[in-house]
Design a protein around this ligand. Structure first.
Ligand SMILES: Cc1ncc(COP(=O)(O)O)c(C=O)c1O
Length: 422
C-alpha cells in the first residue's frame, strides 16, 4: 500500500474541526504540527497511571522510568543514534541550546572563533552570539546566495581557520525551506577539527535524520514539529558529551544523559514523543513497503522510520511543487526560495513568498478569515529576512504543508490567495 491520505488524516482529530461550518486548513506546520490521537492518549495515560518522579521503589515511579527509557530508545532510532544515552530531552530547542552553549563554551578561550550561518533560525544564532559576547569569542558568518537560496560551500573553506572551534548550521531553513548538505558541511568541519552543532528542527520533520551519516557532534530538534508534544531533544556524541561540564545542582546524577536534563522533566511529554515516533513507524509498517531499502544493519524500528520518512517526503515534494507552481502564477508574488521543479528534493515543503503591494500580515489575516492557517513575518529567521531584504517590510507569508495536507487544500489556499492579491 502507498500513502493512504484518508487513513493518515483520520489519526488527527484536529483535522476534522470546522469553525462556523468552514473546515480548518492547517498550513502553519513549520511553526508546529497537529498530533495524532495516540500522542494525546499516551500523554494522558502517563499522567493518569504513572505520574511520579523517577528513581522510587514504587510502581508508578518504576513505570515512569520504563516509559522514559522507551522514549529515549525511540528517539535514538529516529535519529539513528549509536546509544540511547546520547539522547537528551529538554523544554524546547531554544532552551536546550542556551543551556548547552554554556557547557560547550567552557571548552573555548578568548579569541576562539565560532562560524554561524545567515540561513539559521535565531535559536541557532543568538545563543552563540551571547556566548561570544560573554567569553570574548569571534563570530564569523557563512552567507547564503540570495539568488539560489543556498550556501556556497567553498566560502566555508575560508571561514574555517586554526582558531575555529565550533560551526553551527541548520538542516533546513524555516523561512526559505532550503535544505543543506549538512554531511558535507560537517565533513569540512571535522577535517578542520571543528565541533558541529546542527539545528534539525525544520529538517527532522521531513527528512530521515541520521546523526551517524551526518557526522555531526550535536543535533537538536523539536518534537512538536513532527506530530509530538512541545519538547526539545538534543543528540550529542558521547565522546564529546563526556568532556562537557553540566550546569546542574549537586544531587542530580553525574551520568549522561541525566546530568544535562536539569530539574524534574515533563514525563508526559516523553510519553508523547515516544507515541509520535510510533506513529511514524506505523506509517513505515502499513504504507512504506516500497521504501524498505536494504538497511538490515539498522534496528527494525529504524528501518520502518526511515522508509516512512522517505515515503512522506516524496508526497511532500509533490505538495511543494503544486504550491509553488500555483504561487508563481499569481501576479505580484515572489517566492522567497527554490522554485525549480527538479530541485524540490533540495528543499522542504515550507514555502515563503512576498507580494509587491499586499503586506504579509494582511495576506495571513485574510487567509485566517477563510480558516486557512499560515504564518507571516520573519518567523525568527532574522538573518535570513535581513539577507533577503524583507526584514523591515514585514517578512514573508509562510505556507508549510506536511504529509496530512491534501492537494485539494493547497488548491483552496491558492484560490483564496488569488482573490486576496487581486
Ligand atoms: C529552524 C528552527 N530552529 C529552532 C527553532 C526553535 O525551536 P523551539 O521552539 O523548540 O525552541 C525553530 C522554531 O520554529 C525553528 O524553526
Amino acid at each position: 500500500m502507498s500513502l493512504d491520505l484518508e487513513l493518515l488524516r483520520s489519526q488527527f482529530p484536529a483535522l476534522s474541526i470546522s469553525d462556523n461550518g468552514v473546515r480548518r486548513i492547517y498550513l502553519d506546520n513549520p511553526a508546529g504540527t497537529q498530533v495524532p490521537s495516540r500522542v494525546a492518549a499516551a500523554m494522558s495515560d502517563c499522567l493518569l497511571k504513572s505520574n511520579a518522579n523517577l528513581g522510587g521503589f514504587f510502581a508508578s515511579s518504576v513505570d515512569a522510568g520504563r516509559m522514559i527509557d522507551s522514549a529515549r530508545a525511540r528517539m535514538a532510532d529516529f535519529l539513528n543514534a549509536p546509544s540511547n544515552d546520547e539522547i537528551i530531552f529538554g523544554q524546547n530547542m531554544t532552551t536546550i541550546t542556551m543551556h548547552m552553549s554554556r557547557s560547550i563554551g567552557r571548552l573555548f578561550e578568548p579569541g576562539d572563533e565560532i562560524v554561524l550561518s545567515r540561513m539559521d533560525h535565531d535559536a541557532n544564532v543568538w545563543p552563540w552570539v551571547l556566548l561570544a559576547r560573554d567569553l570574548d569569542l569571534t563570530i564569523k558568518w557563512l552567507p547564503f546566495n540570495k539568488e539560489t537560496f543556498e550556501f556556497d560551500l567553498e566560502v566555508l573553506d575560508d571561514l574555517l581557520t586554526d582558531k575555529t572551534r565550533l560551526l553551527c548550521v541548520g538542516g533546513a531553513s524555516n523561512l526559505t525551506g532550503t535544505t543543506n548538505d549538512i554531511a558535507a558541511i560537517c565533513a569540512k568541519a571535522r577535517d578542520a577539527g571543528v565541533l558541529t552543532y546542527i539545528d534539525a528542527v525544520q529538517s527532522a520533520p521531513h527528512i530521515a535524520t541520521d546523526v551517524q551519516a551526518i557526522g555531526c557532534d550535536f543535533l537538536v530538534c523539536s518534537a512538536y514539529k513532527f506530530f509530538g508534544p512541545h519538547q526539545g531533544i538534543l543528540w550529542g556524541r558521547s565522546a564529546v558529551l563526556e568532556t562537557l561540564e553540566a550546569y546542574k545542582v549537586r544531587p542530580a546524577p553525574e551520568r549522561i544523559p541525566d546530568r544535562f536534563e536539569t530539574g524534574t522533566q515533563s514525563n508526559e511529554d516523553f510519553a508523547g514523543v515516544a507515541a509520535a515516533i510510533d506513529y511514524i513507524a506505523w506509517i513505515g509498517d502499513t504504507m512504506a513497503k516500497d521504501y524498505m531499502a536494504d538497511r538490515s544493519q539498522l534496528s527494525a524500528r529504524r528501518q520502518r522510520l526511515h522508509a516512512a520518512m522517505d515515503l512522506l517526503f516524496d508526497y511532500e515534494c509533490s505538495l511543494a511543487e503544486h504550491l509553488i507552481d500555483g504561487l508563481l502564477q499569481l501576479d505580484g508574488v515572489t517566492v522567497q526560495g527554490i522554485t525549480a521543479k527538479e530541485a524540490m528534493s533540495r528543499r522542504v515543503p515550507t514555502v515563503a513568498f512576498t507580494h509587491g503591494s499586499v503586506a504579509p500580515a494582511d495576506i495571513a489575516k485574510s487567509l485566517a478569515e477563510r480558516n486557512i492557517f499560515v504564518w507571516s513575518g520573519h518567523n525568527y529567521a532574522v538573518e535570513v529576512a535581513k539577507t533577503l531584504g524583507i526584514y523591515e517590510t514585514g517578512g514573508a507569508v509562510r505556507i508549510g504543508p506536511v504529509h496530512y495536507n491534501s492537494h485539494d487544500e493547497i488548491d483552496e489556499a491558492l484560490a483564496a490567495l488569488a482573490t486576496i492579491v487581486a
